[in-house]
Write a protein that binds this ligand. Structure first.
Ligand code: ARG
Length: 460
């Protein structure tokens, strides 16, 4: 048993907290990561209290001095965290009072840990969303560089993982760029809802002191104070929304990873992943494993799990604050770490991916990927599309039976299938002819890819 007289809320208790319950209910082991934001929030709160005449200028000065000292001590690893003091908020406040005396005890005027923790979390998340946006952008720039370099490098495009039509590697890179562009827009949009200030809501109903919430919000760079005090302390929808955004980023990176794993295999052999992003096997000396994409694919599942966990955390809670909300932090922190780690790995790795143009070309050429071009050609010559489809199906059959690609089948043989075939048919049967004919906005023609890269650079 510990003595509850040391606890900021010890007054109404006649018995000490059970030793296990103390550890069970404490969050300091993980929420200490919020210290910088907790101190930033306290500074602004104290300044506002002084401006409103609730604290004297001397008290403010000594609070600011104490907070600065605490921040330095924490950063130097010299702060003593105490589980008995439950969380980051009470640890810092208790130490402040220890350092500066009476004025320290006044900092919590007109404030509760309920609005304090919601504010800390929003400040933290704002900061981490900004970091995520920057990493996303770095990855997108790498994709644009690859797209520009390989605007006319041919590869097979797939549906059902079967060779479908030739595309360019640049076009494929731009597809990933677009995914991530939407992710970045979603995160920016989410940031707007994160950047609203709970402080002043106090425990749940506001405070009887004449505070100025707009001033505090301005000091902290929030867009506005939250409109409703009950809502401000109780909802964690901004955490859920961020984790949903992160889940989508990681779903995209997971799909991209799956492609890289396939492409790096001996069976596809489309790309070379640099050694520094791969690891070997402890038993099979020949192995070079694509660990980074595999791990990213795996980690995406963890974050999707956090999303459903947080939804479950929220759904049974009546207004306003409940201790359940303490459980939002570990999944949020893990999501932030996972997201930033995966983005960093990809932003570092993507510039170093070397496509193997010959292999990709061979795969595109051997998969009858220009069959649709032949059908379109016949349509241009007056054949109805359904009939053209049937004719080309027979041409493919002929190719399969004789081990030839469409471009290797002689003119007479093709004309035997359809009299509409002319000598110029071979222009559409080549891979280059196929990709360059898809020459419209959003198409895979090299000229379109180059133009899309230009536009994308503007949109970044
Ligand atoms: N550690 C708490 C949390 O993370 C801080 C708020 C505690 N408030 C309370 N009334 N017990 O949610």
């Amino acid at each position: 048993m510990t003595d509850n007289s040391s606890k900021p809320w010890g007054g109404r208790f006649s018995e000490s907290t059970d030793a296990f319950v103390e550890t069970f209910t404490a969050s300091v082991a993980f929420d200490r990561r919020l210290y910088r934001y907790d101190i930033e929030g306290s500074r602004a709160h104290a300044r506002m209290l002084a401006r409103c005449g609730i604290l004297s200028e001397d008290e403010l000065a000594s609070i600011l001095g104490g907070l600065e000292r605490i921040e330095k001590d924490i950063e130097a690893g010299e702060f003593e965290w105490s589980v008995a003091l439950e969380d980051v908020h009470m640890n810092i406040e208790a130490r402040l009072t220890e350092l500066i005396g009476e004025a320290g005890k006044k900092l919590h005027t007109g404030r509760s840990r309920n609005d304090q923790v919601a504010t800390d979390l929003r400040l933290y998340l704002r900061d981490r969303i900004e970091a995520s946006l920057a990493e996303l952008k770095r990855l997108q720039e790498a994709l644009l560089d690859q797209a520009e370099r390989h605007s006319d490098t041919i590869m097979p495009g797939f549906t059902h993982l079967q060779v479908a039509m030739p595309v360019t590697f640049g076009h494929h890179m731009l597809a990933w760029f677009e995914n991530l562009q939407r992710d970045r827009e979603r995160l920016r949009d989410c940031l707007g809802r994160v950047n609203v200030m709970p402080l002043g809501a106090a425990a749940l109903a506001g405070t009887s002191f004449p505070i100025d919430r707009h001033y505090t919000a301005e000091l902290l760079g929030f867009d506005a104070p939250a409109e409703n005090s009950l809502d401000a302390v109780s909802d964690r929808d901004f955490v859920i929304e961020f984790v949903a955004c992160a889940s989508l980023v990681l779903t995209h990176l997971s799909r991209f990873s799956e492609e890289l794993v396939l492409w790096a295999s001996a069976q596809f052999d489309f790309v070379d992943l640099p050694d520094r992003f791969c690891t070997g096997s402890s038993i099979m000396p020949q192995k070079k494993n694509p660990d980074v994409p595999e791990l990213v694919r795996g980690k995406s599942g963890r974050v999707a799990g956090h999303l459903s966990g947080l939804l479950m955390l929220m759904k049974g809670q009546p207004l306003a604050y409940n201790k359940d909300n303490q459980e939002d932090k570990e999944p949020l922190f893990d999501t932030v770490d996972t997201l930033l780690g995966c983005l960093r790995a990809f932003a570092d790795m993507v510039p170093a991916i070397q496509p193997k143009a010959d292999n990709m070309r061979r795969a595109a050429a051997s998969g009858y990927s220009t069959a649709t071009d032949l059908a379109d050609y016949l349509v241009r010559r007056g054949v109805a599309f359904r009939d053209a489809h049937e004719i080309v199906g027979r041409a493919v059959r002929l190719g399969i039976d004789s081990g030839r690609d469409l471009a290797e089948i002689g003119l007479e043989e093709l004309q035997a299938l359809s009299p509409a075939v002319g000598e110029d048919v071979y222009e559409v049967l080549t891979l280059e002819g196929s990709v360059s004919s898809r020459d419209h906005f959003g198409g895979t023609a090299p000229a379109q890819v180059k133009a899309a890269v230009e536009r994308a650079r503007q949109r970044l």
